[in-house]
Design a protein around this ligand. Structure first.
Ligand SMILES: N[C@@H](CCC(=O)N[C@@H](CS)C(=O)NCC(=O)O)C(=O)O
Length: 229
């Protein structure tokens, strides 16, 4: 049964991008409503238990509406209910492993938040090291998970949908000043390039995404900006 879907979004949010990528991969049409997190509308606060995006509004055939929050929960719901490409492995053990790496992607985003918002050079250096350590773990996981181009080999999965928005940040950051984070991580480097070329990944953000991210860095007076050549 088809149900109309609305993804409540923010232009930069990496968690929103997960759901948008999954929807694109499955070829499922959806409406996107973009809100300003600095000025959250009351209707959004009323339906978002944590005051966070993404939300997925599911319009039911009887006219009622359900609201899902938490990006990974939304992705799992889409996987269970929507037609199109399967984005999880069939094997339960492999599927559990993928879910674990999706969680790992959220831990990477927590370090990234500090990396991109801090004004402090020492905190920045510490977050950079934390990111390198996490990407080294990813490099090791890729070594045992297939020959690419995606996380588990030729088939795009939800782990790819989680990491693509992570890597997108570095397209902008490394344009300011090369972080060299991926220099010794050839598998991660090849993976991020394959993800950047994927249409669902490209289309998960507006073309003005780099400008919005630069404005975000300026609003935070981010240390990253001081590294620009
Ligand atoms: N665990 C949540 C995290 C979502 C999240 O942190 N969203 C951010 C934007 S990227 C947000 O809405 N923050 C609320 C705010 O900035 O006030 C998920 O996976 O959906």
């Amino acid at each position: 049964m088809t149900q109309a879907l609305t993804l409540v979004s923010h232009l930069l949010c990496p968690y929103v991008q997960r759901a948008a990528i999954a929807l694109h991969e499955k070829g499922v049409p959806f409406e996107r409503v973009v809100i300003d997190l600095a000025n959250k509308p009351q209707w959004f606060l009323d339906i978002s238990p944590l005051g966070k995006v993404p939300l997925l509004k599911v319009h039911k055939p009887d006219g009622s509406e359900a609201v899902l929050f938490e990006s990974n929960v939304i992705c799992e719901y889409l996987e269970e209910t929507q037609p199109g490409a399967r984005l999880h492995p069939e094997d339960p053990l492999a599927r559990a492993g993928h879910r674990a790496w999706m969680e790992f992607g959220s831990a990477v985003l927590a370090d990234l938040w500090g990396y991109e918002t801090t004004q402090d050079a020492a905190v920045f250096a510490q977050k950079r090291l934390a990111l390198v350590a996490k990407f080294e773990r990813v490099e090791a996981a890729l070594a045992s998970s297939g020959d690419g181009p995606y996380f588990a080999g030729p088939n795009f999965s939800l782990v790819d949908a989680v990491f693509a928005p992570v890597f997108r940040y570095f397209e902008v950051f490394d344009g300011l000043s090369d972080s060299h984070i991926f220099d010794a991580l050839p598998r991660v480097d090849a993976w991020r390039k394959a993800l950047a070329a994927r249409p669902s990944v490209r289309d998960a953000v507006v073309p003005e995404y780099p400008r919005h991210l630069m404005e975000f860095l300026e609003r935070h007076q981010a240390h990253l900006l001081t590294l620009a050549a």
